[in-house]
Unconditional design. Structure first.
Length: 94
Protein backbone atom coordinates (compact mmCIF):
# COMPACT_ATOMS: atom_id res chain seq x y z
CA UNK A 1 0.00 0.00 0.00
CA UNK A 2 1.56 3.36 -1.06
CA UNK A 3 2.21 5.87 1.68
CA UNK A 4 1.04 9.44 1.37
CA UNK A 5 3.65 12.17 1.05
CA UNK A 6 4.21 13.86 4.39
CA UNK A 7 4.52 17.65 4.60
CA UNK A 8 8.26 17.40 5.32
CA UNK A 9 8.79 15.22 2.21
CA UNK A 10 6.77 17.64 0.06
CA UNK A 11 9.25 20.40 0.90
CA UNK A 12 12.04 18.34 -0.67
CA UNK A 13 10.18 17.88 -3.96
CA UNK A 14 11.36 20.15 -6.75
CA UNK A 15 8.79 22.64 -8.02
CA UNK A 16 8.14 22.13 -11.72
CA UNK A 17 7.39 25.13 -13.92
CA UNK A 18 4.02 25.33 -15.61
CA UNK A 19 3.77 25.41 -19.38
CA UNK A 20 2.47 29.00 -19.20
CA UNK A 21 5.55 30.04 -17.23
CA UNK A 22 7.85 28.38 -19.77
CA UNK A 23 6.05 30.18 -22.61
CA UNK A 24 6.30 33.50 -20.75
CA UNK A 25 10.08 33.13 -20.36
CA UNK A 26 10.44 32.01 -24.01
CA UNK A 27 8.48 35.01 -25.30
CA UNK A 28 10.43 37.46 -23.15
CA UNK A 29 13.76 36.12 -24.41
CA UNK A 30 12.60 35.83 -28.04
CA UNK A 31 11.17 39.35 -28.16
CA UNK A 32 14.19 40.99 -26.53
CA UNK A 33 16.45 40.26 -29.49
CA UNK A 34 19.52 40.93 -27.39
CA UNK A 35 21.83 39.42 -24.81
CA UNK A 36 20.50 39.88 -21.30
CA UNK A 37 21.60 38.98 -17.82
CA UNK A 38 19.54 36.85 -15.48
CA UNK A 39 18.71 39.96 -13.44
CA UNK A 40 17.49 41.78 -16.57
CA UNK A 41 15.37 38.79 -17.55
CA UNK A 42 13.74 38.73 -14.12
CA UNK A 43 12.89 42.45 -14.44
CA UNK A 44 11.41 42.03 -17.93
CA UNK A 45 9.17 39.09 -17.10
CA UNK A 46 5.51 40.15 -16.81
CA UNK A 47 5.13 38.03 -13.65
CA UNK A 48 7.56 37.08 -10.92
CA UNK A 49 9.11 33.61 -11.21
CA UNK A 50 10.88 31.79 -8.39
CA UNK A 51 14.66 31.76 -8.93
CA UNK A 52 14.95 27.94 -8.94
CA UNK A 53 12.01 27.63 -11.32
CA UNK A 54 13.57 30.15 -13.70
CA UNK A 55 16.86 28.23 -13.63
CA UNK A 56 14.98 25.01 -14.49
CA UNK A 57 13.31 26.73 -17.44
CA UNK A 58 16.63 28.12 -18.68
CA UNK A 59 18.22 24.65 -18.46
CA UNK A 60 15.31 23.24 -20.45
CA UNK A 61 15.55 25.95 -23.13
CA UNK A 62 19.32 25.51 -23.39
CA UNK A 63 19.03 21.73 -23.77
CA UNK A 64 16.41 22.30 -26.48
CA UNK A 65 18.77 24.57 -28.42
CA UNK A 66 16.57 27.64 -28.02
CA UNK A 67 18.98 29.72 -25.94
CA UNK A 68 22.69 30.02 -25.27
CA UNK A 69 23.83 30.85 -21.76
CA UNK A 70 27.26 32.43 -21.53
CA UNK A 71 29.30 34.38 -19.04
CA UNK A 72 27.80 37.67 -20.27
CA UNK A 73 24.18 36.56 -20.31
CA UNK A 74 21.40 34.70 -22.07
CA UNK A 75 20.62 34.91 -25.79
CA UNK A 76 17.70 33.52 -27.81
CA UNK A 77 19.15 31.63 -30.82
CA UNK A 78 16.31 29.41 -32.03
CA UNK A 79 15.12 29.97 -35.62
CA UNK A 80 11.47 29.22 -36.17
CA UNK A 81 10.39 27.08 -39.09
CA UNK A 82 8.74 29.99 -40.95
CA UNK A 83 12.07 31.83 -40.96
CA UNK A 84 13.76 28.66 -42.18
CA UNK A 85 11.18 28.36 -44.98
CA UNK A 86 12.04 31.92 -46.11
CA UNK A 87 15.71 30.99 -46.28
CA UNK A 88 14.87 27.91 -48.33
CA UNK A 89 12.70 29.97 -50.73
CA UNK A 90 15.63 32.35 -51.30
CA UNK A 91 17.84 29.39 -52.10
CA UNK A 92 19.97 29.58 -48.98
CA UNK A 93 21.87 26.33 -48.59
CA UNK A 94 21.60 24.80 -45.14
Amino acid sequence: MPQSIHAKDRENLTHSPTLNTIFMVEETLKNSGELMTLAELKKRLPKQVMHQTLLQILDYLQLGGKIVIGTKGILWVFTERKELNELIKRGTEI
